[in-house]
Design a protein around this ligand. Structure first.
Ligand code: SF4
Length: 114
């Protein structure tokens, strides 16, 4: 069984209730529950895309987020929580900040411009 981004956030949110973390994830779930599941890309596509290793998969997840009705709320929450990783609200997070793109695995090319 796969777990969507929203399902993962729910698990984190449940854990966070005990520690008094920002409740923004609860608001995200409440808003997401108001729209049809089919309109939420991370619920109807492979949720692993949102936590993918492949840069092309990450870009695909970011593109899918653009059609999401809760994109702005998702992004705001991820920013406030400083999400450690994954695609949230159409942006890629790493260590709590938005980064432009995922680097491919391996060492940089030697002939890369200095
Ligand atoms: S913006 Fe992206 S990650 Fe957030 S709920 Fe929508 S599809 Fe999922």
């Amino acid at each position: 069984m796969t777990t969507s981004v929203l399902d993962r956030t729910h698990q984190v949110f449940e854990a966070g209730l005990a520690t008094g973390e920002d409740p923004t994830l609860g608001l995200l779930h409440a808003e997401a529950d108001k729209v049809s599941r089919e309109l939420l890309p991370c619920r109807v596509n492979n949720p692993e895309l949102w936590f993918a290793e492949s840069p092309s998969d990450v870009e695909e997840a970011k593109a899918l987020c653009t059609d999401c009705p809760v994109q702005a709320l998702c992004l705001d929450g991820a920013l406030s929580r400083r999400e450690p990783w994954g695609v949230w609200g159409g942006e890629l997070f790493l260590s709590g900040v938005v980064i432009p793109r995922k680097r491919p695995r391996g060492r940089p090319r030697k002939d890369a411009a200095a």
